[in-house]
Design a protein around this ligand. Sequence first.
Ligand code: BGC
Length: 382
Amino acid sequence: MELNRRTVIAGAAAAGIAATTLGGTAEAASGRKPVRKLFGTLADGTKVYRWSLENGGTRLKVLSYGGIVQSLELPDRHCRYANVVAGFDNVADYVAKSPYFGALIGRYGNRIGKGRFTLDGTAYQLSVNDGDNSLHGGAQGFDKHVWDVEPFVKGSDVGLHLHYTSVDGEMGYPGTLRTTVTYTLTRHGDWRIDYAATTDKATVVNLTSHVYWNLAGEGSGTIEDHELTIAASRYTPTDSGLIPTGELAGVAGTPFDFRHAKPVGRDIRAGHEQQVLAKGYDHNWVLDKGITARPEHVATLRDPRSGRTLKIATDQPGLQFYSGNFLDGTLTGTGGRTYRQGDALCLETQHFPDSPNHANFPSTVLRPGRTYRTSTLHTFGA
Ligand code: BGC
């Protein structure tokens, strides 16, 4: 039987498990206003704060730097908590060597080929930071800025509004982009992300969140035994620089078929040419539902050992599944253990990589007077 969050919490209460075991930490009590603590200081003296939120049995810690989800604690089927996201315990590591752990990604999630695109007849050159290409917004993406954070309690929800204004020309992108990202923890312990942005010149935008999941617990080893389902019959194959070729290829009969739950590791060594290029999975799945007015369920991740589950719903047309291929044993995580290849995975809801250079992909253009809006919902269970 799959227990949802309400069942677990109610069951714990019936079993007489104290609130401190399940919820109440010193930093944030369930459903109460988020609490702020100093986390560290940047080289220029800017203070970085860590906000603690707790609701419905989920505990979330968010940094003002990069909007980074530094910790997300969930109970397992026995109500034992673990932090299920990869991260660091200090600001310096986030600044110097983070592969986007937990960060907000902008202005453009994933790659733009050669960092170039043309919009309304004008050619733009972006910051190039991944070989010849621009990755996750360029050298100083949204993950490397301090955001203004505004906590809120609204009905039974708690959350944070994060604001960042990217000036015209930043990283080569046209237009002043005013972005607000809202993280909400619901009373059921679900985590919702609502993104909104406006511009004063035509531009392209594709925001996402770069959480690295390990539902057995950060630093506990491989995610190859996690079972994954992705509601997608096609994906976007890439060239050797991981730029989509423009083709929408069928997943049927390939290692890319996750339409039925399968352990991540089952076909990861199948030797498919696309896996060889990416060192595993690092691709955009073309979600069967397409762009939708509201978030719809697109992926489920389950750790059979702990019983923890994550369900993702989005209004976006794509999902980047990255199997942590470039984690190479050189980074030490929050719990003091080293991360190796496949020790965490990312599921990034998005528009397709390199869309500005592919007329057959859904458009990522944002024009003045319009508001970019997208939402992703994470539902947890055990
Ligand atoms: C990309 C990977 C990249 C990783 C960041 C993912 O979204 O698809 O290619 O290495 O982010 O380190």
